[in-house]
Structures are given as structure tokens and as C-alpha cells.
Design a protein. Structure first.
Ligand code: NAD
Length: 257
């Protein structure tokens, strides 16, 4: 039987396990980086821009004992992902965890969306999962296993009016997760996704106070989720038994049942 990977055991060795987190300059990615630093991981953190904010996340994680490297790169560009993994290879420790979190959303009618915007959405929210996974997998195989965690959305299964491209991309992430989980289960690499509902981050900063109240009334828990709650679930999946694979875990305060 394959033993589940244990970050605690690895922490007691000289080298801590390495996790790659995308979109770590703010929101869910930042909270995830901090939670993983607390759990004993070293970190390679990516964001598109916002080098200062990314460095601030890194400082916080270093204060928790993690070794941290940061890099600004576009995860929707396969060459930029390859360059990032070349930099990651210079880090001590072996890659045990990929958290593909970075993403963008766009609001508007589908008929008003340009092909360029469609392409950017699909590259950023879906193709990036392929670009990052194809680079992470061989490294994890060399290290004896690992975990891939994708941050999807409830819209990936439910579909949202005025967020058709986003819904299509996240639906793709869900199918990608299930298929890849089957492909990698024999190799001791587990693949799961989290589908959050409405989380209180910059991604939802466009909501007016009134819209926010209406939204919170729709959610059985009566509030939006916190980035730290998603991060806590990432940490738990990272520590979960190897038998947990191929799941889309909904985290929505009862909004999506
Ligand atoms: P956010 O807008 O606060 O942060 C997004 C992060 O992604 C930033 O660090 C940004 O630099 C990075 N990013 C964006 N495009 C990038 C690119 N091309 N290359 C590299 N990095 C890039 O968003 P958030 O709310 O923290 O969302 C994180 C993830 O959670 C996204 O995938 C999002 O779709 C998903 N999600 C969010 C919510 C929500 O309500 N906030 C709900 C469901 C799913």
C-alpha cells in the first residue's frame, strides 16, 4: 500500500518539501502560501505582476521558517512556465505540491467578448493547468510522488450568466482534474480541485455594497468565504491520504449543493 505523503516527517529531515503556488501575491494564493509555510513547506511563489506584494507574501512565509523563492511570470504562456521551472530546479528540495491557483475572471455578455479576451481567459484559467502540470509531473515522478491541486470554481459545474468563458474554463479544469487523477493514480500523484463559491478577495471587489448584501443573502452560511478557509482546505488536501484523488471539493457555505 502506498503511504500518504507526510510533510511533517519530511520537515524533520534537512530539506523541507517544496510547493509551487501560483497567484501568491494576494487573495487565495497568498493565504495558501502562508498556510503551507506553517505546514512545513518551502515555497516557490508565482504571480503575474505585483512583485512587491509577492515579496510581502514571501517575507511572511520566511518568518514562519520557509525558504521562499518568488518569480513574476505569465502562467498562460507555456515558455514562461518552462523558465519558471528552470528557476525552481535551482531550489533545494523536491517538488511535492503544485497549487495552480492563479486565475482571472471577466464579466459581460458572451456576444460582446472578443476572441482575444476569450483566448486570454482560456490560457490563464485552463491551459495554465496543462502547462504547469506537464512540468511538475516528471519532477514529482523522480521524487516518488506528489499532489496537484487546482483552484476551480462552483461556476465550473453550475455555469454563470455573464461569465460564460470563465465557466467554460473552470468546467475544463474539473474534467482535467478527473482525467489526470486517473492517469496519475498508479504513479502516486494525487490530483484534486477545490471549487470555491464566493470568496472575499480582490476578484470580487467590483461588487457594490448592495450587490454584496444580496449575494450574502443567497448563501446559506450568510456570508462570503475567506481566502484563509480555501487555504486551510488546500493544506488538508495536501496532507490527505493518497486514496483521495479525482475530487472536486466544493467550498461554498452551502451555496452550491
Ligand atoms: P485575485 O484576483 O485576488 O488574485 C489572483 C492572483 O492570480 C494574483 O496573484 C495574480 O497575480 C495571479 N494571476 C492572474 N493572472 C495571472 C497570470 N496570467 N499569470 C500569473 N499569475 C496570474 O483572485 P482570487 O480571488 O485569490 O482567486 C484565486 C483563484 O480562485 C482563481 O483561480 C479564481 O478563479 C478562483 N476562485 C475565486 C473565487 C472568488 O470568489 N474570489 C471563487 C471561485 C474561484
Amino acid at each position: 500500500m502506498t503511504e500518504p505523503y507526510s510533510p511533517i516527517e519530511e520537515t524533520t529531515r534537512k530539506t523541507r518539501p517544496l510547493a509551487l503556488v501560483t497567484g501568491a501575491s494576494r487573495g487565495i494564493g497568498r493565504a495558501t502560501a502562508i498556510a503551507l509555510a506553517e505546514a512545513g513547506y518551502d515555497l516557490f511563489l508565482l504571480a503575474r505582476k505585483e512583485a512587491e506584494k509577492l515579496e510581502d507574501t514571501a517575507l511572511r512565509c520566511r518568518s514562519l521558517g520557509a525558504r521562499v523563492e518568488t518569480r513574476c511570470a505569465d502562467i498562460g504562456d507555456s515558455a514562461a512556465c518552462e523558465d519558471s521551472f528552470t528557476a525552481l530546479d535551482a531550489c533545494p528540495g523536491s517538488l511535492k505540491l503544485l497549487v495552480a491557483n492563479a486565475g482571472i475572471s471577466r464579466l459581460g455578455l458572451l456576444q460582446d467578448m472578443s476572441p482575444e479576451d476569450w483566448d486570454e481567459m482560456l490560457r490563464t484559467d485552463l491551459s495554465s493547468c496543462f502547462y504547469l502540470s506537464r512540468l511538475a509531473i516528471p519532477r514529482m515522478l523522480r521524487g516518488g510522488g506528489g499532489k496537484l491541486i487546482f483552484i476551480s470554481s462552483v461556476w465550473g459545474s453550475r455555469g454563470a450568466s455573464c461569465e460564460v468563458a470563465y465557466s467554460a474554463a473552470k468546467g475544463g479544469v474539473n474534467a482535467f482534474t478527473k482525467a489526470l487523477a486517473k492517469e496519475l493514480a498508479p504513479s502516486n500523484i494525487q490530483v484534486n480541485a477545490i471549487a470555491p463559491g464566493a470568496i472575499d478577495t480582490d476578484m470580487n471587489a467590483w461588487l457594490s455594497e448592495e450587490e454584496r448584501v444580496v449575494l450574502e443573502e443567497e448563501i446559506p452560511a450568510g456570508r462570503m468565504g475567506q481566502a484563509e478557509e480555501v487555504a486551510s482546505l488546500v493544506r488538508q488536501i495536501a496532507a490527505a491520504p493518497a486514496y483521495l484523488t479525482g475530487n472536486i471539493l466544493t467550498l461554498s457555505g452551502g451555496w452550491e449543493i
